[in-house]
Structure formats: structure tokens, C-alpha cells
Ligand binder design. Structure first.
Ligand code: SF4
Length: 372
């Protein structure tokens, strides 16, 4: 089975104020046991042919170099990725001194995704990040010196109190560093985060929707002028550097997640692991399966997933892929919704498929709901 492999490292130096990801503070002894548990899970899962490998978190680079090497050696031993397989590690610019990147490159790491988030020192402080803008620049230089030829930078916009000018400065700083890939996500405040409590208490407010749209459009223009193609709503890359791992998700390809809280989907079967780190380690140490829940998705659920994810891609949804996956003609099933959205200027239809126009991108959630 060909699948994207995801490995979750749920440790961070400290929790960022907006973070709702499954992460806990780094603890050396717990992290060692967690890495051993990951190896046991790899052993338990059996064969898969990796189309891509992604080590995310949390903060994978909070592990000492040896920890990451053990995980990658496990990936090689159990899944033997073909030469040229995209192998990504997420990194925090504030943790790079722990990592021996030339050594990681030597064992196959191709791509580093750096969580920059902003180049404004006040914004980074307000987000609770552990680094300043100077460390982002240093991180990129360190990675280049180590010979990493594929670097991605993640940014967040629509921050409390952020104006268009501050956001444009961050985008421009990111472009100056010349990474191969830039992602930008609008901040959403999730329950359970420090920002959630601060918003409830009236201490922070997000910019209004019109300002968010202005920030998005300005960034698209700046990025495209600098040679970054928008290949998904929030993702931009120089030609040939689109992230294969994420493209597999958006194309509704199979994926297997390892680690606490990781999700998997193979064909119609969807599953997720227990999310508690201690519980995850305990299960594997006792030789038990870490799966918390599994279900078989209905045909309708899979079609919805395919449409919802496919329309996020700039090239949109392919009629041929829909027929191959579901044995049906897309326009025979969804033609009225597609025509309605096309007539309203939200979508474009070609003989090969459908995709969102920029107007549709700005209203993507509402447009996608027309199909359900
Ligand atoms: S570094 Fe990432 S995963 Fe860790 S707390 Fe911050 S946002 Fe969350």
C-alpha cells in the first residue's frame, strides 16, 4: 500500500498562546520512552510503501539529534523509502542548536519546514514563541550551510492588533530569505488555548473580516510577484517545490499516522491513536495497539472528503480522479451545484475538472458547503 507517513513528536519547549496542537513540555526521559514507543508502533503496523515521510509536532527539533536519528533509522528499517522520497522535518527556529542537520541530510532528510510565524518581534512575543526574527534568519542560514536545498517557512496572519503594513513586512522578510516554500494561515482562536481565555476576557480581538481578506490578497500578490505559485489556498512554492506530503492529503490519498493522537486513513478505513502521550507510551510498552477509534467511512463521506480537500488545491478536483475513486461521473452527481457556483463566479469548469476562482477562494467554506 502506498501512503504518506506522518510521525508526531508531541514535545515543545513551552506552549505558544494560540496553540491547540497535541503537545506537552519536553521531558528528556519521557521523550526517550516516546521514541522507543514510536519504533514499536512502526514494528506493529507492518508494511507500507511511503509516498512521503513527514515528522511533525509539537516540535520535532526539541529532540536531541540522536532522537531524530533513531526515528529516521526506524523509518528506513521498517518502510525503506525509495531514494528521492520527500522526507520533511518541522523545525522551530529557537531549537536548531540541538540538531546536527548535515547528519540528518546524510540519512535522507530533504525538506525542513520552519515555523517562523512572524518577523515582527512584538508579534512573536505576543504569540508566545520562543524565538525572535533574528533566529529565523540564523536558522535559514544554518540550514543552507548544511546543504538543505528545500526550506519552507510558515507564517500566521490576522493576529490580534495586526495591521496590513505589519503583515506585509513579515511577508517581505520571508521572501527576502528566499525559501522554496511559504505557507500562510489565518489565526483561528481555539478553545482551551491561552488566546481563547484572553479573547473571552476582552484582552485581544482579531482584525475584522475585511482586513483579513485584504491581508490574504496582498500576500498572494507579493508572493506571486516573487515567483511563488499558489498551489493550495494557503500554500505557495517555487516551481517543483510543492509539498508532496500535503498534496497527498489534499488529493485524499492514503496516509498512516504514528504517535500520540495521530490519524490514519487507508481506503475507507479511518483511525486515530490515543492522544495522551503517557497513555500512548504505556500501550506500546505493554505491547498493546495505540488505536483509540476506527471506523469505515461511507461512500458519501469519502466523496465529501475528496471534494472538500480537492477544491483547496489550485488545480482543483479532477473528473478522472473522481471516476477512478468512486466509479461515477462527477457532473452527473454534482453538476447543479458546480454550475450554480460557476455562474456566481466562484468556480471555473474545464473538460478535466473544477476549481475555485479567487472569488471562490475567499468564500471557500461557503462554496464547498454547496456540494453537501
Ligand atoms: S511550537 Fe508549535 S506545537 Fe509547539 S506550542 Fe508552539 S504552536 Fe504549538
Amino acid at each position: 500500500m502506498k501512503a504518506g507517513l506522518y510521525f508526531h513528536i508531541p514535545f515543545c519547549i513551552r506552549k505558544c498562546r494560540y496553540c491547540s496542537f497535541n503537545s506537552i513540555p519536553y521531558d528528556k526521559e519521557l521523550a526517550q520512552r516516546y521514541v522507543s514507543a514510536l519504533l514499536r508502533e512502526m514494528d506493529m503496523r507492518g508494511m507500507a510503501e511511503p509516498s512521503s515521510v513527514y515528522i511533525g509536532g509539537g516540535t520535532p527539533t526539541v529532540l536531541p539529534a540522536e532522537g531524530l536519528r533513531i526515528v529516521l533509522d526506524g523509518v528506513k528499517e521498517y518502510f525503506n523509502p525509495a531514494a528521492g522520497t520527500e522526507i520533511t522535518i518541522e523545525a522551530n527556529p529557537g531549537t536548531l542548536e540541538r540538531i546536527d542537520f548535515p547528519a540528518l541530510k546524510a540519512i535522507g532528510v530533504k525538506r525542513i519546514s520552519l515555523g517562523a510565524q512572524s518577523f515582527n518581534p512584538k508579534e512573536l512575543l505576543a504569540l508566545g514563541r520562543i524565538h525572535g526574527p533574528g533566529e529565523i534568519t540564523r536558522a535559514v542560514n544554518t540550514l543552507r550551510e548544511a546543504g538543505i536545498a528545500n526550506i519552507g517557512l510558515d507564517l500566521i496572519y490576522s493576529l490580534p492588533g495586526q495591521g496590513l503594513r505589519q503583515w506585509e513586512e513579515s511577508i517581505d522578510e520571508a521572501i527576502k530569505l528566499s525559501p522554496e516554500h511559504i505557507s500562510m494561515y489565518d489565526l483561528s482562536i481555539e478553545e482551551g488555548t491561552e488566546f481563547y481565555a484572553m479573547e473571552k476576557a476582552g484582552l485581544i480581538t482579531l482584525p475584522p473580516e475585511e482586513a483579513q481578506v485584504e491581508m490574504y490578497l496582498s500576500a498572494v500578490k507579493r508572493l506571486e510577484e516573487a515567483g511563488y505559485g499558489r498551489y493550495e489556498i494557503s500554500n505557495f512554492a517555487r516551481p517543483g517545490y510543492e509539498c508532496a506530503h500535503n498534496l497527498n492529503y489534499w488529493s485524499a490519498g492514503d496516509f498512516i499516522g504514528f504517535g500520540a493522537g495521530a490519524h490514519s486513513r487507508a481506503g475507507a478505513r479511518a483511525a486515530r491513536n490515543v492522544s495522551g502521550v503517557i497513555e500512548y507510551i504505556g500501550r506500546l510498552e505493554n505491547g498493546e495497539n495505540p488505536c483509540a477509534a476506527a471506523e469505515i467511512l461511507t461512500g458519501m463521506e469519502r466523496e465529501r472528503e475528496f471534494i472538500m480537500l480537492g477544491l483547496r488545491k489550485r488545480r482543483g478536483l479532477s473528473f478522472e480522479d473522481f471516476r477512478a475513486g468512486f466509479g461515477a461521473d462527477f457532473m452527473s452527481k454534482y453538476g447543479p451545484a458546480a454550475m450554480k457556483m460557476t455562474d456566481a463566479g466562484y468556480m471555473a469548469i474545464s473538460p478535466d475538472g473544477i476549481c475555485l476562482t479567487m472569488r471562490g477562494v475567499l468564500a471557500s467554506n461557503r462554496v464547498i458547503m454547496e456540494f453537501f
